[in-house]
Write a protein that binds this ligand. Structure first.
Ligand SMILES: Nc1ncnc2c1ncn2[C@@H]1O[C@H](COP(=O)(O)OP(=O)(O)OP(=O)(O)O)[C@@H](O)[C@H]1O
Ligand SMILES: [Mg+2]
Length: 243
C-alpha cells in the first residue's frame, strides 16, 4: 500500500478527472492523485476478490477438500476487505464501524492472516484461548491491529523463535497478550514506541504501533507494552466486552 500511494497515476486518467471538475473546484493535485490511485487499487482488489471466489467455486466443483487452500482464500478475501476499508479512510479519517463479533473468532482470524509474514524464518506461533465473549468493534481495524503487532513480533525474531498469543476474558474485559522472543526493546526507547514515525527498521515507517493505539483508543480499547526483557517482549490489548 505504502509503495502504491507513491505511484504516479496515468496522466490521461488524471486529465479526464480534471476535465470533469468545474472551475470552482480547486482540489490540490495531491488529493486528485490519491483518489486516482485508490480508484485503481480498488479495481485490482476486486480482481483479487473475484479470482479468490473462482478458486473457491472450482475447489467445490472438483470435490477437492483442502483446508490449507480454503484458509488461504479466506485470508486473501479478508485482506481485501481490510484494504478496502483503509481506502474509505481516505474519504473520512474518523470512520469507525463497530459491530458485535466473537472475541475468539476474530483473534483466530487475525492470527491466520499474520502467518503469511512467516517466510524464511522458523517461528513457532501458538494461540491459546481460555474463554470467549462478544465484543463491539470495527472488525477490519481490530484485525489490522492484531496483524500489525504480530508482524512486529515476527520481524523482531531473527531466524528462529516463538510467538505466543494468549486471549481470555477477565474482569469484563477481553485481554490479548502477544509475546515474542528475539530482539528486546531497550528501556530508554520504550517511551517513544507509540510515537508517529518511530522506527528502528531500515524499511519501516514507524506507523504500525501509533495506528494500532489510535484505532484501539477510538474504540475504548487499550494497547500497552507490558514488558520487554531479553527473554520476552509482550504487548497487551484490552477491549470491553458486551455484557
Ligand atoms: N515485538 C517487538 N519486539 C521488538 N521491538 C519491537 C516490537 N514491536 C515494535 N518494536 C519496535 O518498535 C518500533 C516501532 O514499531 P512500529 O510497528 O510502530 O513501526 P515499524 O514496525 O518500525 O514500521 P511500520 O510502520 O512498517 O510498522 C519498531 O521499529 C521496533 O523497533
Ligand atoms: Mg510495524
Amino acid at each position: 500500500m505504502k509503495g502504491s500511494l507513491n505511484k504516479t497515476p496515468n496522466p490521461l486518467f488524471l486529465n479526464k478527472i480534471r476535465g470533469k471538475m468545474n472551475k470552482q473546484e480547486t482540489i490540490p493535485d495531491m488529493s486528485v492523485q490519491i483518489r486516482c490511485v485508490s480508484h485503481e487499487i480498488r479495481n485490482h482488489l476486486s480482481v483479487c476478490d473475484m479470482y479468490a471466489q473462482i478458486i473457491r467455486k472450482n475447489l467445490i466443483k472438483s470435490g477437492i477438500e483442502n483446508p490449507s487452500i480454503e484458509n488461504a482464500i479466506d485470508c486473501i478475501q479478508q485482506s481485501v476487505k481490510i484494504i478496502e476499508s483503509n481506502l474509505l479512510d481516505l474519504k473520512s479519517l474518523n470512520r469507525n464501524e463497530p459491530h458485535i463479533v466473537d472475541f475468539e473468532r476474530i483473534i483466530n482470524r487475525g492470527v491466520e492472516l499474520s502467518r503469511a509474514y512467516i517466510i524464511d524464518k522458523e517461528i513457532d506461533m501458538e494461540l491459546f484461548t481460555k474463554n470467549t465473549a462478544k465484543i463491539n468493534i470495527d472488525e477490519n481495524r481490530f484485525l489490522a491491529v492484531i496483524v500489525n503487532i504480530i508482524k512486529n513480533a515476527i520481524e523482531a525474531i531473527q531466524l528462529k523463535g516463538k510467538i505466543e498469543i494468549l486471549a481470555e476474558i477477565k474482569n469484563s474485559k477481553g485481554i490479548i497478550r502477544i509475546s515474542n522472543d528475539g530482539k528486546c526493546i531497550p528501556k530508554e526507547k520504550q517511551s517513544r514506541l507509540f510515537n508517529q514515525g518511530y522506527t528502528t527498521k531500515e524499511t519501516g515507517c514507524g506507523l504500525g504501533l501509533w495506528l494500532c493505539k489510535k484505532y484501539l483508543e477510538e474504540q475504548n480499547a487499550t494497547l500497552t507494552l507490558l514488558r520487554s526483557t531479553k527473554k520476552q517482549t509482550t504487548f497487551e490489548i484490552t477491549v470491553p466486552i458486551v455484557e
